[in-house]
Ligand binder design. Structure first.
Ligand SMILES: NC(=O)c1ccc[n+]([C@@H]2O[C@H](COP(=O)([O-])OP(=O)(O)OC[C@H]3O[C@@H](n4cnc5c(N)ncnc54)[C@H](O)[C@@H]3O)[C@@H](O)[C@H]2O)c1
Length: 320
């Protein structure tokens, strides 16, 4: 397959901000159709990315454009039917995080994808941030990661996702859960968690101690009721430690005994364009490459089941 024909559902924020700008730069991708329910958004996005065929009915778009793959970029509670229909047509499917609202939904999606032989991907972009990838490689050169920390704080105590359709952990703090699994590089053995509601009617702080089968110890710390965005990661292996803040103005510091090396997010990415430096370009490239080389993407639906399963274990194993 030289070129991948991709159809697109969704002309919203993530589509316009990061995914379609990435896809538009790939010579081996044809954008064969775009669908959105809102005509003004459909028109503006189609014009911006020079997409000829526009639709308000995604089933009709699939019928008319016969794509190899489809992007379904919309809020988690609207995803399921569209993803199941796309998989049932044998299409490779890319979705944003979170992969639906429940573990059951992503399991159903993963089962159908396997049955139909589809490549699938969830946009867990933290794994594709050039700085995160570079530092993980540096740490793993010294040995297996034996301890890792995934931290995400915000100043938004009453945050309500999609009018309450989904909880904070499954919707947004899930980035820490997925990144922890990626850093640890193994399956979860046992979990203990502490979950709180600070100054809110809803739970907004999720903390966990996770033991992995490979011996790695992982720690998740998230709190939406504190001072502001702190989204940082720690990776430790024998004789090496890294503290990483991959935000656009951030950097990683790597310690090896008395040596201290610093790499900025922008240096690692070679650009200060957010869609590239924060992993979105890389994840889109990975999806297209996997389709072309007949490999399942690293963050396929079956893998996302494991991330949602860790979310479930956090709720199930509270110490409070
Ligand atoms: N990876 C990240 O860091 C990150 C950051 C922000 C948001 N997200 C995720 O991205 C996802 C999308 O968020 P967004 O802000 O881009 O959404 P959005 O609301 O801006 O866009 C969704 C679009 O889908 C369209 N739509 C809804 N149902 C449709 C249907 N049946 N057919 C056709 N079009 C339909 C809407 O009209 C809208 O234009 C969310 O799951 C969110 O959690 C991820």
């Amino acid at each position: 397959m030289e070129k991948v024909n991709v159809a697109l559902i969704g002309a919203g924020g993530m589509a316009n901000g990061v995914h379609y700008p990435s896809l538009a730069e790939f010579d081996d991708v044809n954008l064969v159709g775009l669908c959105d329910l809102i005509p003004e958004k459909l028109k503006a996005t189609a014009e911006r990315f020079e997409i000829e065929n526009t639709f308000t009915d995604y089933k009709r778009m699939i019928e008319k454009t016969n794509p190899d793959a489809i992007y379904v970029l919309m809020p988690p509670h609207h995803l399921f039917d569209l993803v199941i229909h796309s998989l049932s047509q044998g299409l490779h499917v890319f979705i944003e995080k979170p992969p639906g609202v429940t573990l059951h939904q992503i399991k159903s999606m993963a089962l159908l994808a396997e049955k139909k032989g589809c490549k699938t991907m969830v946009g867990f972009n933290r794994r594709f941030i050039p700085l995160m990838k570079q530092v993980k490689e540096m740490v793993e050169e010294k040995g297996q990661i034996i301890q890792c920390v995934s931290t995400f704080h915000k100043n938004s105590p009453a945050a309500l996702y999609y009018n309450g359709a989904i909880d904070v952990l499954s919707c947004d703090a899930i980035h820490t859960v997925d990144a922890l699994r990626w850093m640890a590089g193994g399956d979860v053995k046992v979990v203990s968690s502490d979950i709180n509601s600070y100054y809110s009617e809803r739970e907004n702080s999720f903390n966990a101690l996770v033991k992995f089968e490979n011996g790695c110890t992982g720690i998740i710390m998230t709190n939406w009721a504190v001072g502001g965005r702190i989204h940082i990661f720690e990776m430790h292996a024998k004789g090496i430690s890294a503290l990483i803040n991959p935000d656009l103005d951030g950097s990683a510091v790597i310690f090896e005994g008395s040596s201290r090396k610093e790499i900025t997010t922008v240096e690692a990415a070679g650009t200060d364009a957010n869609y590239k430096a924060y992993g979105f370009f890389g994840e889109n490239r990975h999806f297209i490459d996997c389709i072309k080389s007949d490999k399942q993407p690293d963050t396929c639906f079956a893998d996302a089941v494991k991330t949602m399963e860790l979310v479930r274990l956090m709720y199930a194993n509270r110490i409070d």
